[in-house]
Design a protein around this ligand. Sequence first.
Ligand code: IMP
Length: 188
Amino acid sequence: MGAVEIEDVRDDLTTILYQPTQIERRVRELAAEIDRDYDGQDLLIVGVLNGAVMAVADLTRAMTIDCEMQWVAFSSYGDGTTSSGVLRILKDLNVDLTGRHVLIVEDIIDTGLTLSYLVQNLRHRGPASLEVLTVFRKPAARQGQVAVKYVGFDIEDEFVVGYGLDYAGRYRNLNGLGVLSPAVYRRS
Ligand code: IMP
């Protein structure tokens, strides 16, 4: 299957954190947990655009239970590598959450700002349950107030790209995860 290989952008990365096979294996494990936890329930997966596209696509295809998928989008980072702290909803959900089992899927949690905003917002809409899955989690999020039920990988506080995560719109289809070299931000 086509994708940008880590070796193709090796010069833009300081470190390779996870190879595609490691991510695939962990996503399959998470899918199996979700299959068990939500068996027989009406599951609605809410993916956070754009970063969670790869995770939702891989996770749902590794699952054996049926689910609905919906998407929300925020703007918070612009083209930088640190959070601006400003959050705007660019795309909201268009389904009723009353009585539904909702699972938010995030690409990465850094400060947790995006997630706590989303969780508070969705909680008011009357779901039967509301849980969170993130593929990657940075240290700041581990002290966060929002409980995260499923975590793919805990990583260090570094700006990473690949597996849906971008820098200025690039590297999302990189098929592993790497730390972006500061030389790349200096260039732009
Ligand atoms: P938070 O609100 O600070 O938790 O940031 C969450 C969002 O920021 C994620 O959904 C990503 O879109 C983006 N983000 C945070 N850290 C990184 C990173 O290391 N690489 C790429 N995007 C990131």
